[in-house]
Design a protein. Structure first.
Length: 157
């Protein structure tokens, strides 16, 4: 199992700082009505962002011809290796805020043949996406190739 904690740490730290700042403002200004409402909305948004950044901590496991991606909240995505139509490498966004984006190399296992590289939004898996994205490492690439050959009896595309 490989985990992407070093890629999701930026988002996690930034969301923790925003929760701390907004909760301090919320509890300090509990007496003033307008600031209280403003910081309450800000705190709700920061908590949502924190949950989403925790969900972005993902790891994968390949066994019995299935690749499964997990997060701290459970299974994010599962696919059979035989469903993979195409395997490509891309530089996906791991953190983006306003004009600043950080990109890292990832392996994309496409479950449909006609996926566009522009359609790959970020480096994290979601249930609705038609691909599985994994942080690139030579060891990860080798594991995927050997498992794909083992269960599909052909070279990865």
């Amino acid at each position: 199992m490989k985990i992407n904690i070093k890629y999701s740490i930026y988002d996690l730290l930034f969301s923790i700082v925003s929760v701390i700042i907004s909760s301090i403002g919320f509890f300090v200004l509990i007496g003033q009505s307008w600031f209280f409402v403003f910081y309450g909305v800000l705190l709700c948004g920061a908590l949502f962002w924190l949950l989403r950044s925790i969900q972005n901590i993902q790891w994968f496991d390949i066994k019995d011809g299935h690749i499964t991606v997990y997060s701290p909240f459970g299974v994010v995505k599962s696919a059979k290796l035989s469903q993979i139509k195409k395997i490509v490498k891309t530089r996906a966004v791991i953190f983006g805020f306003k004009g600043m984006t950080i990109r890292r190399e990832h392996i994309v296992l496409c479950l449909i043949k006609s996926i566009k590289m522009a359609g790959i939004e970020d480096a994290y898996n979601r249930k609705k996406k038609k691909y599985v994205i994994i942080p690139y490492a030579a060891e990860t690439e080798r594991i995927i190739q050997t498992e794909y050959q083992k269960y599909c009896d052909k070279e990865p595309i």
